[in-house]
Design a protein around this ligand. Structure first.
Ligand SMILES: *[C@@H]1O[C@H](CO)[C@@H](O)[C@H](O)[C@H]1NC(C)=O
Ligand SMILES: *[C@@H]1O[C@H](CO)[C@@H](O)[C@H](O)[C@H]1NC(C)=O
Ligand SMILES: *[C@@H]1O[C@H](CO)[C@@H](O)[C@H](O)[C@H]1NC(C)=O
Ligand SMILES: *[C@@H]1O[C@H](CO)[C@@H](O)[C@H](O)[C@H]1NC(C)=O
Ligand SMILES: *[C@@H]1O[C@H](CO)[C@@H](O)[C@H](O)[C@H]1NC(C)=O
Ligand SMILES: *[C@@H]1O[C@H](CO)[C@@H](O)[C@H](O)[C@H]1NC(C)=O
Ligand SMILES: *[C@@H]1O[C@H](CO)[C@@H](O)[C@H](O)[C@H]1NC(C)=O
Length: 302
């Protein structure tokens, strides 16, 4: 326990003062579940197109994102859920990540004009990519889960978003966020557990503006730990990027799906431990590869 305390103090002193970093478990570890005291981020890949971001707004670090600069969408964002603020009203402003396009750019998320125009958008999506498409800038970490005004604002960065079917965003996926939010709040926070969330997408075969990949799937997962950092509850959801009902699954089933889709070795969400079991249903699913990006449940397909 002493060691953990010391580590926490160290963390507080050194601050989480970076944006695009070499290793976000060093620079913003607090957003990753720490089963058995070890901050355990989801899988990271070897290719240099993938960047680790400590999402920073006005020098306050709010969550972490693993970003794919080739597809110009995130792989996932990771967050510690600490309750709802009930922020109402969406703000129109969307930020970008200066350091993705300009190495010595500001570490805070910012408006695109802060990056020189010839570099702007080289490694990330911009508002204009979405403009002439029917897709929403679909949040990974939702505004709805933000505890503070600062974090609510910080979810409006394009590195935390991917092209999402407008109907899906406002119907089935929104219901999923609410359902999971209720679990995180009622079954985790209210009984003294700490709640960690990882939300991501699976790249699809289309692009908007010839630049930004339209994901075939959105997925999300959670793991709640007790005071001894032992996982108690976990689960996940995935849904096609159209407005079909979203499936709930165990973390390990979701990991199988991600492993099969990303094809970069075993994909882990909360490490190789007891977060994988959990209480999501273990409905079996099959990927029917003849229908691009559509999962067929083995049974009870509704
Ligand atoms: C990230 O953290 C490491 C280790 O604490 C530190 O050496 C490095 O300077 C940090 N990186 C940035 C970009 O702040
Ligand atoms: C940034 O934070 C400082 C100190 O909390 C505050 O005074 C300032 O208004 C903030 N700026 C923005 C743009 O939010
Ligand atoms: C947020 O809103 C929900 C219902 O919409 C309510 O149950 C909850 O108490 C509110 N939380 C806060 C902090 O106001
Ligand atoms: C918008 O998309 C339509 C249909 O794909 C295309 O005809 C039009 O040229 C596009 N406009 C701009 C400004 O990109
Ligand atoms: C979005 O989903 C709806 C409902 O499934 C569908 O009718 C629509 O064609 C989809 N839009 C796009 C752009 O795929
Ligand atoms: C998962 O789905 C099943 C029905 O398929 C439902 O009974 C169960 O309550 C759901 N669990 C969660 C955690 O959403
Ligand atoms: C995960 O743990 C199991 C047993 O605890 C082990 O067999 C397996 O190799 C581990 N996988 C990885 C990727 O570490």
């Amino acid at each position: 326990m002493k060691l953990v305390g010391a580590a926490l103090v160290l963390l507080a002193i050194s601050g989480c003062s970076a944006d695009v970093v070499q290793d976000f478990t060093k620079n913003c570890s607090k957003f990753f579940a720490n089963p058995d005291e070890i901050a355990t981020p989801p899988t990271r890949f070897n290719e240099p197109q993938y960047k680790q971001i400590c999402q920073t707004l006005n020098d306050s670090v709010e969550y972490a994102t693993y970003y794919d600069t080739a597809n110009r969408i995130p792989v996932y964002s990771a967050y510690r859920f600490e309750g709802f603020k009930n922020c109402s009203g969406r703000q129109g402003l969307w930020y970008i990540e200066p350091q993705l396009d300009q190495e010595d750019g500001d570490r805070n998320m910012a408006q695109k004009k802060t990056v020189p125009s010839k570099l702007r958008g080289k490694h990330q999506a911009l508002n204009e990519d979405y403009k002439n498409s029917s897709y929403d800038r679909g949040h990974l970490i939702p505004l709805y889960y933000a505890k503070t005004r600062s974090c609510a604002t910080a979810t409006f960065t394009l590195t935390n978003a991917a092209p999402q079917n407008h109907t899906f965003n406002n119907d089935e996926w929104k219901k999923t966020e609410q359902k999971m939010g209720k679990i995180l709040s009622t079954n985790c926070l209210n009984v003294g557990l700490s709640a960690y969330v990882v939300t991501g997408v699976i790249p699809g075969n289309e692009k908007i503006n010839n630049r930004v990949n339209v994901p075939s799937y959105f997925w999300t997962s959670y793991c709640c730990l007790d005071n001894n950092n032992k996982p108690q509850i976990s689960g996940g959801y995935y849904g096609a990027n159209i407005n079909n009902p979203v499936n709930n699954v165990s973390v390990s089933d979701l990991e199988i799906l991600l492993t099969n889709e990303y094809k970069k070795g075993q994909f882990q969400l909360f490490g190789n431990g007891s977060c994988m079991a959990g209480q999501g249903s273990t409905e079996a699913f099959n990927l029917d590869r003849s229908r691009t990006g559509l999962f067929i449940k083995k049974d009870n397909d509704k």
